[in-house]
Ligand binder design. Structure first.
Ligand code: FE
Ligand code: MN
Length: 361
């Protein structure tokens, strides 16, 4: 099928079948190599939709007031030592983790996928990791924490070191020039996308999310809590980006979806959960008001199973109940995507983000 245009003395012929062939060649991997960013026609509608949602959620750390946090950080009476330690662990862990996620997107996943709309949403994802890293810098400087102390945390605290090693090993194995026509390499990529999206961002971020938001619920460190809420909203989109990517990759490459591979992925989630439990015990060596390590540990079992099921994998602790129902309000997998809707105005229209009221919790 051809369409001709006669413009003045010149005639142009556009070939519809060529355009259709180009569309058909769009794939998660091994698709049409294109130097042009030809987004249309969209094949992965979800990627474009998520890109737009993520863009509308834009926030900047400096929009969040830190006055109350600074006051509380200095006041020995309002917050206990263990509560301050949770904040230190939060800043220490995420300072490393946000960078690791961003690096893996830019140098591994975005390099290997071929469809332009996937590259588009991954670009936004990487940018949000920069915003998160910047928010930690803002917390560190507001509280006047020595930055070297923060760096020391991810070198000196073994449970942070082990969490980081767990994800970086699946990233290092996959740098450029990988032959993605080989099933074992396709599995390497699928494993990477699963580990980063479901094990790390989807599960290992949630111990600290829970603890910091539990403090926030008691009006402790409201600025930090607010930033964690915005970060959590972003992370729930990141988990969706990587879940969709994983599902489409498997769908287009059915040969990798073997019982052995499924077992391997469940084994990796099991490892992620164990590392997170050890980490939670380091964050919360003694229980504090409203904070029990055992509850957060059970919460990790609960959330890990939701991630597995969302990828078509069997749960590790079937029947485990959510021990923190108030957290479900903020973090429930089904609700979290809509959680902030109506409360946070589009960034372009707002000079400052709306404060979150207590009755929202
Ligand atoms: Fe992040
Ligand atoms: Mn993320």
């Amino acid at each position: 099928m051809q369409k001709s245009f006669q413009i003045g003395a010149k005639s142009f012929v556009l070939d519809q079948t060529k355009a259709e062939a180009a569309f058909a060649a769009k794939q998660v991997i091994n698709g049409r190599e294109s130097m042009t960013f030809n987004l249309l026609p969209l094949k992965y509608q979800w990627a474009y939709d998520l890109y737009r949602t993520m863009k509308a959620n834009h926030w900047e750390p400096e929009d969040i007031p830190m006055g109350k946090d600074i006051e509380q950080w200095r006041d020995e009476k309002t917050v206990s030592e263990v509560e301050r330690w949770i904040i230190r662990m939060g800043i220490g862990y995420f300072s490393a983790a946000e960078g690791i996620v961003g690096d893996n997107i830019q140098h591994v996943v975005r390099e290997l996928v071929t469809a332009p709309e996937l590259k588009l949403v991954l670009g936004r994802h990487a940018h949000e990791e920069n915003i998160h890293a910047d928010s930690l810098l803002y917390m560190i400087s507001s509280l006047q924490i020595n930055p070297h102390e923060c760096e020391a945390m991810f070198e000196d605290i073994p449970t942070i070191l082990r969490k980081n090693e767990f994800v970086t090993r699946t990233s290092r194995a996959l740098r450029r020039d990988l032959d993605l026509t080989l099933p074992e390499n396709k599995r390497l990529l699928a494993r990477n996308v699963f580990v980063f999206g479901q094990c790390m961002e989807g599960t290992q971020f949630y111990g600290l999310f829970g603890m910091v938001l539990s403090l926030y619920r008691q009006n402790k460190f409201p600025g930090i809590g607010q930033m964690f809420r915005y970060t959590l909203r972003d992370e729930s989109n990141h988990i969706e980006v990587f879940r969709n990517l994983f599902m489409d990759l498997v769908d287009e490459n059915r040969e990798i979806w073997t019982p052995e591979f499924k077992d391997e992925l469940r084994g990796l989630m099991h490892e992620a959960v164990e590392l997170e439990k050890e980490f939670i015990r380091d964050c919360l060596p003694v229980n504090s008001i409203g904070l029990s390590a055992e509850d957060f540990i059970t919460y990790i079992d609960y959330i890990a199973d939701r991630r597995l099921e969302s990828c078509g994998l069997a749960p590790l602790s079937p029947g485990v109940k959510n021990p923190l129902p108030w957290l479900a309000e903020m973090m429930d997998i089904k609700k979290e995507q809509n959680f902030f809707e109506g409360r946070v105005t589009e960034y372009q229209k707002a000079s400052a983000l709306n404060p979150v009221r207590d009755d929202d919790l």
